[in-house]
Design a protein around this ligand. Structure first.
Ligand code: FAD
Length: 325
């Protein structure tokens, strides 16, 4: 009998793989928002997420504040940032510059997006600008290739958007899956979904994607929707029709506390159903607020790896300096 191969002997059981946890943040618009965001960041940091994502305005509208937040996360916290990057309206040269800047800061995860088309923008794209997220993925891989000697301790992980509810510009959900497959073939490592309101939409997307040959993890993005106004705004922003039962329940709530209880319970149910369907992680859209996200997390009781608490990088650097002194 031949000895077991190394692969067989050391293959970990996928049954016991821990559930990934991540949060989405957006760069603050003013000083008050920044102070409140940093309170949220410290609260979220205590839950040991695998990464936190930082949004990026279409056309680079908030490039400086996004890069500053990413830099502070890298230097002042123990958190690993995933930088959103949009390509709409930007040329390959402009985008290569920002990708290089992100890598120079130490970012190793990029969510490659097209970005929403400007509502009052020109009918034709700017000459030389990238059109689709898959173009951006290929560009990131080219920039990475040029810097491969600098990335020996870790390549760039590229994420993309996936849509449980048909993308507003797409002709069909089948087309959405073809686009997702094209992003995988361009070099994407994982996908995070747009918000959705029915667990079946996530399950159906995963089934369609797997049948089409998509093998990358598809992580459900869920948002604690704790007010009627927020659900309505989200529907307008994303083009995803909100659940009528959630709208009704929030509309009937007597006060803010009741509304919040309903929103958190709906998010927990949605996340649990996605996890029961085999979701490899949960990405929580936080709206830069921690309380509802932490409540959802508490109720979900995720199987998380037991990691020792990590001191923020700045503190680690200080103590390293002390030891050397
Ligand atoms: P693409 O994959 O390029 O798709 C755009 C449209 O083009 C789709 O209708 C698609 O079907 C079609 N398409 C794609 N490829 C082809 C092709 N080869 N041929 C024909 N049609 C094609 N927006 C921001 O501005 N900033 C953010 O930080 C941000 N973060 C997000 C995070 C997540 C997790 C998600 C899900 C969305 C986020 N968005 C963000 C919104 C996103 O930019 C929009 O949904 C946008 O309209 C599409 O982006 P995309 O990357 O999916 O584009």
């Amino acid at each position: 009998m031949s000895p077991p191969s190394l692969l067989q002997a050391s293959a970990p059981s996928t049954q016991s793989a821990p559930i990934a946890l991540s949060y989405e943040l957006f760069p603050p618009k003013n000083q008050a928002a920044e102070a409140s965001l940093w309170n949220t960041i410290r609260e979220l940091e205590s839950t040991n997420p695998d990464y936190v994502s930082v949004t990026y305005g279409a056309n680079g509208s908030n490039r400086d504040t996004a890069v500053e937040l990413l830099n502070r996360l890298l230097t002042e916290t123990s958190l690993l940032p995933l930088a959103h990057l949009t390509c709409v309206g930007n040329t390959a040269d402009e985008l290569a510059e920002i990708i290089s800047e992100l890598l120079d800061h130490g970012v190793r995860g990029i969510l490659a997006l097209r970005g929403d088309l400007p509502k009052d923008g020109p009918a034709q794209p700017r000459p030389g600008s990238l059109i689709f997220a898959s173009d951006l993925i290929q560009l990131i891989r080219r920039v990475e290739q040029r810097r491969s000697a600098l990335l020996c301790a870790g390549k760039v992980a590229i994420g993309v958007a996936a849509y449980p509810s048909q993308h507003p510009e797409s002709p069909s959900v089948e087309h959405d899956v073809e686009v997702l497959l094209a992003k995988q073939n361009s070099g994407a490592d994982f996908a995070i979904t747009q918000v959705f309101f029915h667990a079946d939409q996530y399950k159906d997307l995963v089934v369609r994607a797997q049948r089409a040959g998509v093998t990358i993890p598809i992580i459900p993005g869920v948002m604690p929707l704790t007010t009627l106004r927020r659900v309505q705004r989200l529907g307008d922003m994303t083009g995803v029709p909100p659940s009528t039962s959630l709208l009704d329940a929030l509309g009937r709530a007597d006060d803010a506390a009741e509304s919040r209880r309903i929103g958190v319970a709906a998010t927990v149910d949605l996340a649990r159903a996605a996890l029961d369907a085999g979701a490899p992680g949960i990405h929580l859209y936080t709206f830069n607020e921690h309380a509802a996200a932490l409540e959802v997390l508490d109720k979900l009781q995720l199987l998380r790896p037991g990691r020792p608490p990590v001191a923020p990088r700045a503190a680690r650097t200080d103590s390293a300096r002390l030891v050397r002194a």
